[in-house]
Design a protein around this ligand. Structure first.
Ligand code: ATP
Length: 635
C-alpha cells in the first residue's frame, strides 16, 4: 500500500493519518523550490486545521523533528546501531546486509523502506496516526537505564510493523534526528501562518489578490517575531487556534523562563565603516567581553535559570552565578531577563582572564566548592523587567533600567563598560583599552533610533569590531567538521587535517569550505581524535555538499556534531569548495585561504554555524576595495 492510501480516508474528527504527513514529506523531498515546499506544507496544515485541529501541534513537531521545545534539550537521535537492529528485526534481514545497503545508498531510511517492501509478511494492518507516532517517539526519547536498548527496539518495532510505503523511511529518519527533505524551520513557520490565514475561507474570499498577499506576508512576519521571542510551539499553536494570527503577538510575548533567541551583531572591518554606518545616529561603544553568553531569567516566584547563546540550560554549570543573583538585584525587582557575558576572572589580580581559561571550567554538575575558575558577569542588556517586556524600548532606556535595577559587585557583577565616542581616534583608544583588558574588541550599538532588541536577528544596529580582524575579513567563521585526513609524520596516529563546512539553512546542507591543518596543539589533535572516534560514518550523508575529487575527499567522514571557530587570511572563489555556491559565482563556491583553528564552539549547534550567505557577504565586503576583482584560489 502506498503512503497516500489511508490518507485518502482521512475524515473530519479523525486523528491525522501518519501516511498523510509522509505523503507531504514525499512531495517536499521531490522539490528544491522553497515556494513549492511552503505551498505543499500549507496545504497539509490547512487540512489538519480543517479535519483534525487538535493534532496540529504534533504535526508541527514531526515536521521539525522535535519532541518538545528545543531549550528543554530532549532530542531523538537514536544511535545507528540500535536503528539497524530494529530494522533487521522488523524486516527479517541480517544486520550485515542492512549495513552493506546503507554504505551503498547512504540512507538507512531508504534501506528500511526497500527492505520492508521486499518482505513477504505484512503488519497488523493498523493505520498509524500522527498522535501515535509522536507519542511513541516521545516515549522512546525518555527510555533510560537498564535494558533501555531492548526497550527502545521494542517500541521502534511496534511502529515499524505498521509502517507502509514511505512511512518506514520517514520514521527511521525521524528517529535518526534528521528528516533530510530540505524543510527548514522558517518554512514551517510560514506554512503555519499561511494555513491559519487561508483556513478562514469566508474572509479570504472577499480579499483581492494583493490584499491576500499582504495578509500572508504580515502573518509570516508575526509568527516569526513571536517564535523569536517565545520559541515554544506548545504555547504558540494553541494560542493561534484560540486568537488567530493577527492577535497572536498580544498573547505570545517574551516570557521569563523561556529563552529567546539572542540578538546578533554584524562584523566590521574598519572603524571608518562604523562611523559611516552610524553617521548622524547616536551610538555607544561597549567592550566586547570574551566569555560565554548568559541569558538570565528570573520568574516572579524567584526561580532563576541561566541559558546559553544556544538556549541550553547552564544553571548547573554556574552555581556561583545562581548564588550571586539575589545579591545584585535592587529592591523592588521581581522578575527579569538579562543579557550578559560570563567571563573568567582573576580574583588576586582583579582582572579579566582570556576565554581559554573559562573553557577549562566543567560544563555539568559543578559543585560551588570545587570551582577553580571564578567568573564575573558583565550585563549589557535587560529585556524584561517586573512583568513587562522591554525589547521595543530604546537601548538608552533599557540601559537605564539595567543600571537602576541591579547593583554592581566588583569581580562578580558589572555593567558592560561603555563610552559614547564619536571619532575614529576616540573609538580606537577605547578599542585598545578593551583589548589590553583581555576583551575581544568592541560592540557598537545604536542608542535611540532603531535600537530595539531584535531577537535572533543579526542586526546592523549592533556592529562587532574585533581587533584581530580589522582590515582583514571582519570576523572569524564558525564551521562544522565533516571529515578527517589520516595524519602522517609527526601526526601519525591522529588526524593530520580536517574538512570543514558551512551550513546552508535554505537547503539544509553542509557545504565544504576548506581543509584545515593549522592552529592545532598536540593536545587539540589528541582531543579531536578521541572525540571524532564516536562520530565516524561510513559514507558521507546526502546533505553534505563537496566535490568528490581525490584532493578533497577525506579519509574518514564524521557526523555533523561539532563547530570550530576558524580564522582565515581571506576568502577566495574556489574551483572545488562549495560554500555559498551560486551566490557570488554562478557555479563556484567560496573557500578560506590559510584557515587556522581557534577553538571549539560548544555553545553553537552545527545548524548555527556560519551560513553560505554569510560567507558570500564576507567575500563581497572583502572585495569591495579590491580593484583587481575576485581572487580565485589554486588548489
Ligand atoms: P556570531 O553568530 O555573530 O558569530 P558569536 O556567538 O560567534 O556570534 P561573536 O561574533 O563573538 O559571537 O559576537 C557576539 C557575541 O559577543 C555575543 O553573542 C555575546 O556573547 C558577546 N558579547 C560580549 N560583549 C558584548 C556586549 N557588550 N554586547 C553584546 N554582546 C557581547
Amino acid at each position: 500500500m502506498d503512503a497516500s492510501d489511508s490518507s485518502a480516508q482521512w475524515k473530519k474528527g479523525d486523528s491525522v493519518p501518519y501516511s498523510a504527513l509522509c505523503k507531504t514529506f514525499d512531495e517536499i523531498e521531490a522539490t528544491t523550490k522553497r515556494l513549492k515546499i511552503t505551498e505543499l506544507l500549507t496545504k497539509f496544515f490547512r487540512q489538519v486545521l480543517l479535519l483534525s485541529p487538535s493534532s496540529m501541534l504534533h504535526c508541527v513537531y514531526l515536521c521539525l523533528n522535535k519532541i518538545c521545545p528545543e531549550y528543554e534539550g530532549k532530542e531523538l537521535g537514536i544511535g545507528e546501531s540500535i536503528l539497524m537492529k530494529a530494522v533487521a528485526n522488523a524486516t527479517g534481514r541480517s544486520i550485515a546486509n542492512i549495513k552493506t545497503d546503507c554504505a551503498q545508498i547512504g540512507d538507512l531510511g531508504s534501506v528500511a523502506e526497500a527492505s520492508k517492501k521486499k518482505q513477504m509478511t505484512f503488519g497488523s494492518g493498523k493505520v498509524l496516526s500522527v498522535e501515535k507516532v509522536f507519542a511513541t517517539l516521545k516515549e522512546i526519547s525518555g527510555i533510560t537505564g537498564a535494558s533501555s536498548q531492548a526497550k527502545k527496539i521494542d517500541k521502534i518495532n511496534s511502529l515499524l510493523v505498521n509502517c507502509k510505503g514511505s512511512e518506514t523511511k520517514f520514521l527511521i529518519r525521524s528517529l535518526e534526528g534528521k528528516l533530510r527533505i530540505g524543510l527548514a524551520e522558517k518554512t514551517v513557520l510560514i506554512a503555519i501562518a499561511h494555513a491559519a490565514i487561508l483556513s478562514n475561507a469566508a474572509e479570504v474570499k472577499t480579499w483581492s489578490k494583493d490584499k491576500l498577499e499582504k495578509e500572508l506576508e504580515n502573518g509570516s512576519a508575526i509568527i516569526k517575531q513571536v517564535y523569536c521571542e517565545l520559541p515554544n510551539y506548545d504555547l504558540i499553536i494553541p494560542a493561534l487556534a484560540q486568537h488567530g494570527i493577527k492577535a497572536l503577538h498580544d498573547h505570545c510575548k517574551l516570557t521569563p523562563g523561556i529563552p529567546l533567541k539572542p540578538m546578533l551583531a554584524h562584523p566590521t572591518k574598519s572603524l571608518t565603516e562604523v562611523l559611516n554606518r552610524f553617521e548622524n545616529i547616536e551610538f555607544t561603544c561597549e567592550y566586547k567581553y570574551d566569555g560565554e553568553r548568559a541569558q538570565i531569567h528570573r520568574l516572579e516566584d524567584g526561580t532563576t535559570t541561566i541559558y546559553s547563546r544556544n538556549s541550553e540550560n547552564l544553571s548547573a554549570k554556574y552555581p556561583d552565578i545562581m548564588a550571586l543573583i539575589p545579591d545584585v538585584v535592587a529592591p523592588g525587582v521581581t522578575s527579569f531577563v538579562l543579557d550578559c557575558e560570563a567571563v573568567a576572572w582573576d580574583i588576586k589580580k582583579k582582572c579579566i582572564l582570556p576565554f581559554q581559561v573559562l573553557s577549562t571550567r566543567k560544563r555539568k554538575d559543578v559543585a560551588i566548592e570545587d570551582i577553580q575558575v571564578s567568573v564575573c558577569l558583565y550585563a549589557f542588556d535587560i529585556l524584561y523587567l517586573n512583568g513587562k517586556p522591554l525589547i521595543t524600548d530604546t537601548l538608552r532606556a533599557r540601559r537605564q533600567n539595567l543600571r537602576d535595577s541591579f547593583l554592581e559587585k566588583e569581580g562578580k557583577f558589572c555593567f558592560a563598560k561603555s563610552v559614547e565616542a564619536n571619532s575614529v581616534d576616540e573609538i580606537q583608544t577605547f578599542l585598545d583599552e578593551s583589548v589590553a583588558g583581555n576583551c575581544e574588541g568592541l560592540m557598537v550599538k545604536t542608542l535611540d533610533e532603531g535600537s530595539s532588541y531584535e531577537p535572533s536577528v543579526r542586526s546592523r544596529n549592533w556592529l562587532k569590531v574585533k581587533k584581530d580582524y580589522l582590515n582583514g575579513i571582519g570576523d572569524s567563521l564558525d564551521l562544522v567538521v565533516i571529515g578527517g585526513y589520516i595524519g602522517k609524520g609527526k601526526r601519525t596516529g591522529w588526524y593530520g587535517g580536517f574538512l570543514l563546512a558551512c551550513y546552508d539553512d535554505d537547503s539544509e546542507t553542509y557545504q565544504s569550505i576548506c581543509k584545515i591543518a593549522t592552529g592545532f596543539s598536540e593536545e587539540d589533535l589528541k582531543q579531536h581524535k578521541e572525540f571524532f572516534e564516536a562520530h565516524k560514518v561510513d559514507t558521507p550523508p546526502s546533505y553534505y555538499k563537496f566535490s568528490d575529487v581525490p584532493n578533497i575527499r577525506p579519509d574518514v567522514w564524521f557526523k555533523p556534531v561539532q563547530v570550530w571557530e576558524v580564522k582565515a587570511a581571506d576568502l577566495s572563489i574556489s574551483p572545488v569548495h562549495l560554500a555559498g555556491q551560486g551566490l557570488v559565482d554562478l557555479s563556484k563556491g567560496i573557500s578560506l585561504r590559510f584557515p587556522r583553528f581557534i577553538r571549539i564552539r560548544d555553545d553553537k549547534s552545527p545548524e548555527q554555524a556560519t551560513t553560505g550567505e554569510q560567507v558570500a557577504t564576507m567575500y563581497r565586503a572583502q572585495n569591495l576595495n579590491t580593484a583587481s576583482g575576485p581572487m580565485e584560489e589554486d588548489y
